[in-house]
Design a protein. Sequence first.
Length: 323
Amino acid sequence: MSGKNGGGIEHYRQFVTGMFKRNTAKQRETAIERMYQRLLLELAANRFKWTGLPEEIDPRFLEMTLAYNALSLFYFDERYGAFMAPRATPSGWFNVYDNPTAFTTFGNRFIGKRILAQNAVPIWANYTRTPDTDVIGIYASKLANFDRTIEINSANARQPKIAAISENVKLSAVNFNRQLDEGNSFIQVNGETNMQALSDMITAFDLGINPDTIEKLHMVRTRLWNECMGLLGIDNANQDKKERLVEGETDANNNQTLMMRHVNLNARRQAANAINKKYGLNVGVAYHTDVDEVNTLIMNTLVGQPAPAQGEIGEPTTEGQAA
């Protein structure tokens, strides 16, 4: 019995003690994925502009809560004499419309409490009451995969062949490869190197890298970004020759984007109306169109187009200037 237990411990030890070698390539892709998660989360959290909120309500925290948790509970806390909008989760029974009859707030010891539905207004992220982290996570992974593929193909385009070598010439081959990586226009060897013997011990294999593949990967990556923007309701800066699209196709794409905006906007507006009715406030929420301009700037950077000059974004065009 002890032998079996010992074997089991040894089997799992490799997973907790780092016995596997570090995978640098996977770490690189993970870093790129985290970058995209941050960028997409920033865009998602900046889509909406709240007005008329009590000064103690932080709109940044509100939108981050909706992005991660899909629910924030708005209520007036008698203990502090102030409005609150913390994280919350449904509690208790659901009524005939599948609305919770109570909520439990959480986050820290100051706001953790159970509140009946009639004493608060829930702010949902959308009608399905689901956070946007699924869209962000999936597309961050896809975009990171394509970015890493582009990096690998770009590196291989610089050295389109690999060499199969014997142990005797390993050091020389490593030195040659290092000099190529450094961008040297010539390879330096010592006078004792037998180049004929060296070439006989090295076999080169063509990787078959086509430079056009890199450009096509960029285009697919851009389309993935546009897909993600559409799912978040952000006007995607379509760089694939939009003028080639017929009017009906362009209108259909715009209508889909507008519908995705209302997926998230309607739930927030419903909550704002309920807050105003219950507490006599004048809270409003609208789609933040500046997000579209920021997304256009990001897309221009991704596809290698020049970014607008400083101060150009958001400035209205005047008569006689190009729109």
